[in-house]
Design a protein. Sequence first.
Length: 82
Amino acid sequence: MATMTIRNLDEPLKARLRIQAAVHGRSMEDEARDILRSALCQEPSSGQTLVASIRSKIEQLGGFDLEPPVREPIRNPPDLTE
């Protein structure tokens, strides 16, 4: 098995880990191992962008087209010399 050292751990975080380990009746090291195991056993995200994810959900409903808004010509800036 591999060994890992975690440096620069904030004191409040270390205290929370110590308390959580005590609640579960195990060492801080065992608690940290369990936290890592449960965090890393989840399936990775699909890798889709937010736009692609929204588009795939909308397309299932039949999708829709939006008309682009009518653009007005660019206005001249105000004359501030007066």
